[in-house]
Design a protein around this ligand. Sequence first.
Ligand code: PLP
Length: 429
Amino acid sequence: MSNSQDLAARSRAAVWHPCTQMARLAQVPPLPIARGEGPWLFDTDGRRYFDANSSWWVNLFGHSDKGLHDAIKAQLDTLPHVMLAGCTHEPAVRLAERLSARTGGALGHAFFGSDGASAVEIALKQSFHSWKNRGQTNKREFVCLKNSYHGETLGALSVTDVQVFRDAYDPLLMRAHIVASPDARLANEAGALEAMRTLLAERHDSIACVIVEPLIQGAAGMVMYSPAYLKGLRELTREFGVHLIADEIAVGCGRTGTFFAWEQSGADWPDFILLSKGITGGTLPLSLVLTTEAVFGAFWSEDVTRGFLHSHSYTGNPLACAAANAVLDRFDAGQLEDNRAQASALTRAFAALAPRVKHLRQRGMILAFDVPEAPPRFAERFHLAARAHELLIRPIGSTVYLMPPYLIDDATAAWLADAVSKTLNDVLA
Ligand SMILES: *Cc1c(COP(=O)(O)O)cnc(C)c1O
């Protein structure tokens, strides 16, 4: 047995893999990855795979990035961890200040969590609790969009509308309002805003907040929509006195062309922005909930129970914060301009695929298309076939997408388009 087969078999026995029907692992054995370098992952037998979805959308600058590793190593030798209640530390303070500055001070208060779902829980609780502290105890309903994804803990799953993740747990969930998506493929942006207006007009006294994924509904299958929708949504939520949460866990950190996807809306800031995934460049788990003076101020009191008493053991972990600060250094040094050139390279390379697929779409460093008449188990078959072309890629249903590390030049983009095209040939043959 090769190293790879051995590790895959042991993993099948001992590791319960996420988002996986374990009974299918015999047909789709997990790739035993030994190391990563740049966009490449290498298995224990030395074969390489291009990490086309940035290891679940977290990796920004490739694997084994020296700048990030040096920042983490320096922090490791100084202070790997300390609790953030009763103590504070430079990496957390600096990170909070720098993110606040990126919103022009509008979202000047940062609460730290450990992963995306915990950030969603925190924002939902803060929204509800801030209204409660202001005497509006009936504002306790949440609103999300059709096909939204905000994570899989019970609170986050309550504002998630992806059936495969949600249906099994439906009896356990809070009843959120689910409103039409502005999905550009449906050409119904005005209708989606109108549906939101109708709901808010009717129930704003009971609604705490609306949560959205700005510009792209990722887990729904890279559903893209116009920035104008966000502007309309901001106006509606202001008009009806409802908080707006921008879940930038997937689309933040330069993915869509601006540091925050929200910046493209031309609207004033939302009440909350959530960051995770890319914020540490794919090195360590961390999430942040950024919010306004108005929300923060609602908790300010001599009464302890009016405070936000939420915590996680690793809140504000200094190693993760040091990594995040190193990520922000890259954006200070012009990463967004680089990304514009990289995104154009992707556009050029994938243009030739347009006649074979449906709804070829792109925003910044996310490119996606739908495959018409996809055969059964398309996602699994495409994923397996792609391995033979040195490509690690996981379609969502019949949507194939690339969300690569920010390491794309013309040659790499052409290589990727070729590998995707060959994989399509194999699967559709
Ligand atoms: C991934 C994701 C989450 C959940 O983050 P986890 O770290 O997986 O818990 C929430 N919202 C969006 C938009 C995401 O893409």
